[in-house]
Design a binder for this molecule. Structure first.
Ligand code: DON
Length: 307
């Protein structure tokens, strides 16, 4: 007999298959060409059981979902005080690719928007660190979070770098304010490589379940981060993970979450589960449309609301 969770997940996915609204990300050619019908979900409990449904074998680039995990890496590398001096923790209420700097300090408002994530990437390892060492560092951390060896999709990376004017402009602005201490081109290239790491929904549910446990990977048993770092990451995801839809999301769905333009999403319920979903059609905020709906259903049907 099948366990009730995968049956339920299959049902949710079947209900959503007829929703063909939204479109793949158009500003990165490699993502625009993705199969828009892909649909998948995975839930990993803090005790390490994983339930999946749909296109579980499909790999896609992690994109902005890398941001909370790279933030964790920067917190471990540089400490909370240094990271806070460069990147704030306030919701921006604006789109992910707005500059959204704070008035006095010129810090990006949070690490979930591009300005904050580019700055966060520049904090990895140490000042002036080589691009390759920063990329290796996040790749190693993400692999330990997922419980398997991950890799960068160089084609997605090249495709995005060819259209990276906006991120380069953001990075140059950050440099003029002294927020970015390293070369803007080098940092944007490293950040884009970070965004191009390939994952599947099972990886995403494992990565977020590691946040849910307070930093211990639930299958390998490795302590990947401290409880304090996990808490900081989950709190920032709750405040700013869904960009200009963050308040609506937290009240209506109540699961701290992060989306990516390739159509992935992660969500985390502390001490309970990590969730990963995939559906490449995006809504007007750049969040996965059917992915958001899977989360809304889990919140409603399974009582998975924080409050
Ligand atoms: O910086 C970018 O444009 C992408 N690499 C990531 C953006 C992203 O995933 C926004 N998320 N919804």
């Amino acid at each position: 007999m099948k366990s009730p969770i995968p049956d339920y997940l299959d049902e949710v996915l079947e209900d959503l298959r007829s929703d063909t609204g939204g479109a793949t990300a158009q500003y990165i050619p490699e993502l625009a060409a993705a199969d828009p019908d892909r649909l998948a979900a995975a839930i990993t409990t803090t005790s390490g059981a994983t339930y999946t449904a749909g296109d579980v074998g499909t790999e896609f680039s992690i994109q902005s979902i890398s941001k909370p995990f790279a933030y964790a890496a920067a917190l471990m590398d540089r400490g909370l005080e240094k990271v806070l001096s460069s990147v704030g923790v306030e919701p921006s209420g604006e789109a992910f690719n707005e500059l959204s700097l704070e008035g006095g300090t010129h810090r990006p408002k949070n690490p979930m928007i591009n300005a904050g994530a580019i700055t966060t990437h520049s904090l990895l390892v140490g000042r002036g660190a080589a691009q390759a060492s920063r990329v290796e560092h996040v790749l190693d951390l993400f692999s330990r979070l997922a419980g398997r060896t991950l890799r960068v999709d160089e084609e997605v990376c090249a495709s995005e770098l060819a259209e990276a004017d906006r991120n380069l402009a953001i990075a140059h602005m950050l440099r003029t304010y002294g927020v970015l201490e390293d070369d803007p081109h080098d940092v944007v290239e490293g950040y884009t490589r970070q965004c191009s790491i390939l994952v599947g929904v099972r990886d995403l549910s494992m990565m977020s379940a590691t946040l849910a446990t307070g930093g211990v990977q639930p299958v390998t048993g490795e302590r990947v981060m401290t409880p304090e770092v996990a808490r900081q990451v989950m709190a920032v995801m709750a405040a700013a993970g869904m960009y200009d839809a963050a308040g609506d999301w937290l009240t209506r769905v109540g699961i701290p979450a992060k989306s990516g333009v390739a159509g992935g999403m992660v969500g985390v319920l502390p001490d309970q589960v990590g969730i990963g979903t995939l559906s490449p059609r995006l809504d007007e905020h750049g969040n996965s449309r059917r992915g958001s709906e899977i989360f809304a259903r889990l919140s409603r049907d399974m009582g998975m609301h924080l409050f």
